[in-house]
Ligand binder design. Structure first.
Ligand code: HEC
Length: 437
């Protein structure tokens, strides 16, 4: 079907060019390598899916001549990235030869004077961010393992170095200063030299491992399979009470543990997929669901402000069918408050919440932007210097470092907040440098 559409559109293009003499200046056409070589190659290998109008934000073929492509600078940088790492065209589709790939990427890089730092992302998805006691910043990525920034350079740790998985969904540091990484296939402890790995034979199962180091120094892990506790040698499953009501809809996997959080009073909170949230006071569990005032039973993030309010980030449901629910909730110990008057804070996916040292709450509102709440007003920040990479505005992780700099992990890369907007952070330099917005 796609192929048919492509053929149809392509014939139209050809017919158009012939009959209407779209390009009256043939001389300029033949001397314009974009029209002569680059665009036809992109049409041949990409137009099937990326024809103008087919994918709203991925309309790079809307650029018809060399001068147009400056306007599409960001997406052309991504075209280079996608073609160089062989991610595009998708595997089962017609592939350009190595030479054709090189031709396209070289021309784009030279023409747009793209230097590698312009498009070398830390990773395309930064799903976790953490600062250790020494002040190193750690970023968990969806496919490149963990990246450490020590203030000078970036080091990657992946399965090649001994990490148990390359999708790092959780990061913590224990009392002894070991780093812990949670992945889709277990957890790794890193003592600065080598990795000790924990998976099913060490009592830990399930994807999406994230951690809580509680005030007693106990390591808790939450995965798609539930809650686990580490006894110093191995993990064991920590039984959660079964929900007493029927809870039917969920986002990813019913029972998945999205988050673990300890409040100032010492209660431990668990945010679950499809099952709401539990509060554990050390003796008994209290269950909170949509019936109590949550905006869905998919609780992806829990934080506390400095007035002891608990904030929940909830997600819409995708199973067994899509339900437009989710959003931000504040719980003051008695009442639940929703914020339908603020764009993106109700009936939306809120994946990440964060409390700064000053007690402000940051809220990642998918598709809308990030809000900062100072106790009175929500201020929206939605400007980035990489509109293309942040087009879905999917904030997956937030961190304030010891200097007060705010870091945002997007599905789209790592961004630093400069007080006004989000500035992309690339591999080589560009840690401090600002680009024009
Ligand atoms: C079979 C369909 C198909 C073909 C052929 C195809 N793409 Fe894609 N492309 C997709 C889909 C689907 C996405 C993901 C859309 C999204 O995430 O919004 C995508 C995403 C992209 C992205 C964005 C990646 C990002 O960072 O989010 C770029 C850039 C891209 N394609 C370039 C190309 C180029 C260049 C070609 C040809 C060499 C090509 N694509 C061929 C289907 C295709």
């Amino acid at each position: 079907m796609l192929k048919l559409v492509f053929f149809f559109m392509f014939s139209l293009l050809v017919a158009n060019a012939k009959c209407c003499g779209q390009d009256s200046n043939d001389a300029s056409k033949s001397s314009d390598p974009f029209r002569k070589t680059i665009r036809p190659l992109l049409e041949r290998y990409c137009a099937e899916c990326h024809a103008p109008g087919d994918m709203k934000d991925l309309d790079f073929l809307a650029a018809e001549k060399r001068s147009d492509i400056d306007k599409f600078r960001d997406i052309y940088a991504s075209v280079v990235e996608q073609m160089e790492n062989q991610a595009m065209p998708p595997k089962d589709f017609k592939q350009p030869t190595d030479n054709e790939r090189r031709l396209v990427t070289k021309w784009i890089k030279e023409t747009l004077e793209l230097n590698p730092a312009d498009f070398d992302r830390i990773s395309a998805y930064v799903v976790e961010a953490f600062e250790d006691k020494k002040g190193n910043l750690w970023f968990g990525t969806a496919s490149d393992g963990a990246a450490r920034y020590d203030g000078k350079s970036l080091t990657y740790m992946s399965t090649k170095e001994g990490l148990i998985g390359d999708t790092v969904t959780g990061i913590a540091e224990d009392k002894e200063g070991n780093m812990w990484f949670g992945t889709h296939s277990g957890a790794s402890k890193y003592d600065g030299k080598s990795f000790t790995n924990f998976s099913i034979s060490e009592g830990l199962s399930g994807a999406g491992c994230n951690f809580l180091l509680d005030r007693k120094g106990i390591i808790w892990a939450g995965t798609d399979d539930g809650v686990f506790r580490f006894d110093g040698l191995a993990f064991s499953k920590y039984a959660m009470p079964a929900p007493t009501e029927k809870m039917l809809s969920h986002k990813v996997k019913n029972g998945k543990v999205w988050c673990l959080f300890e409040d100032k009073a010492g209660n431990i909170w668990f945010g679950l997929d499809g099952r709401g949230a539990f509060k554990f006071d050390g003796v008994s569990f209290t269950h909170f669901t949509k019936k109590d005032g949550l905006s869905s039973n998919n609780v992806s993030s829990i934080v506390e402000d400095n007035r002891r309010n608990i904030w929940f980030g909830c997600l819409s449901s995708d199973h067994p069918e899509y339900v437009n629910e989710g959003g931000l909730i504040r719980y003051d110990g008695a009442n639940f408050t929703q914020f339908p008057e603020v764009k993106g804070l109700a009936a939306n996916d809120i994946y990440s919440l964060y409390t700064t040292k000053a007690g402000e709450i940051w809220i990642g509102a998918t598709g809308v932007g990030a809000y900062r709440y100072d106790g009175k007003v929500f201020t929206l920040f939605d400007k980035t210097d990489r509109k293309f990479w942040t087009r879905h505005f999917g904030v997956q992780s937030i961190l304030e470092d010891r200097k007060g700099t705010m870091w945002f992990g997007f599905s789209g890369g790592l961004f630093r907040f400069n007080g006004i907007s989000f500035v992309n952070v690339t591999k080589n330099g560009h840690w401090q440098k600002e680009r024009d917005l």
